[in-house]
Design a protein around this ligand. Sequence first.
Ligand SMILES: [Zn+2]
Ligand SMILES: [Zn+2]
Length: 413
Amino acid sequence: MILALAVLAAAVATPTPDAEIRTAAERIAPAVVALRRAHPELSNREERTGHLVAERLHDLGLEVRYPVARTGVVGILRGGRPGGVVALRADMDALPIDEKTDAPYKSRTPGVMHACGHDAHTATLLGAAEVLSGLRARLPGTVVFLFQPAEEGAPVGEEGGAPLMVKEGALDDPKVEAVFGFHVGGWAAAGEMGFTDGPIFASSDTFRIEVAGRTVHGAQPHQGLDPIPIAAEIVQALQLIVSRQVDGRQPRVLTIGRIEGGTRFNIIADRVVMDGTLRTHDAAVRADIKARMARTVKGVAEAHGTSATLGFFDEGNPPTVNDAALARAVGIPALQRLFGPKAVRVEPQMVAEDFPFFGQKAPYFYFLLGTRNDAKGIASQNHTESFDVDEDVLPLGVRALATLAWDFLARKP
Ligand SMILES: [Zn+2]
Ligand SMILES: [Zn+2]
């Protein structure tokens, strides 16, 4: 009984100040919106953004490590009470798309726009840093703020993103015990919070297949080696892997998005190149399909007397799979407490993230924040030239992040 009371006392010693977090988040909302309208920069080129973030965290009184992973920033907020260490993460990069919205704050950089909403993530996380630093004296532990570059993929030949943040020790000192992050998107109505206690995003692997041929006059294919029908057969055979060889209950997508070969209608091509992407929600399914792809590409090519190669561009993104215990103990109860019926369990999606690389160091919980608002004409999906977010939801994101961090720290004995 005495022990139980002691545990209870510890648990309520520093309860999350929901009302204060809410008030602070709403008070700083205009500043968060202004921050969101900063300048979009491509992956690994977030010089201005990273600099702005580092300055802002410094002004808030945080310990700042900058640059990390090229243009990234790590901010450390040590609370006035002892406790654990939790990390909150935002990505900062934009996409090579020419913005076609009518918003007065649209990108002023031709060919670069925040079509995935990472500007909203960065601004929201800066907002959470401000809110929590204002409550620092009572904060029972340490919050590490991770601002990472290059989520959309580093330029060819460069390292970047979450893997490089991990490699450079962003989660090591202080040693992070849990990571929280989220993504905005047009897939849900403004203010809707989506969660799971398992898979939420897919793995993604980008691959290239090259089929060797031998060029000759198109009227005499038997004197050369035509790679085009062989490539067609490989495309079909790959679809048979996902439709016939994998357990039907396992989500998976294999897409060939680009195919190129030949120069002219009456010349047999010398080779065919195909690029594609593989998506799954499970590490074992992912590995299994990759092995079957290699066997199939090689086997079909050999059956026709030629060779073909299958190469994966990089190590790809693992599936984003929420830690079930963390989701049930902290993530889901926090979102439900804050947002009631607006926090909903969602089906996992086939899009991908590099966030799960942080999972190499600590369990994580990742959620979705809907930003579509049809009445305001904000209805496009991420990665389109007309994507935008309903900025009114940004304070909700600030509250969610600040609360998740505090809830995690508060429940530690
Ligand atoms: Zn994206
Ligand atoms: Zn994104």
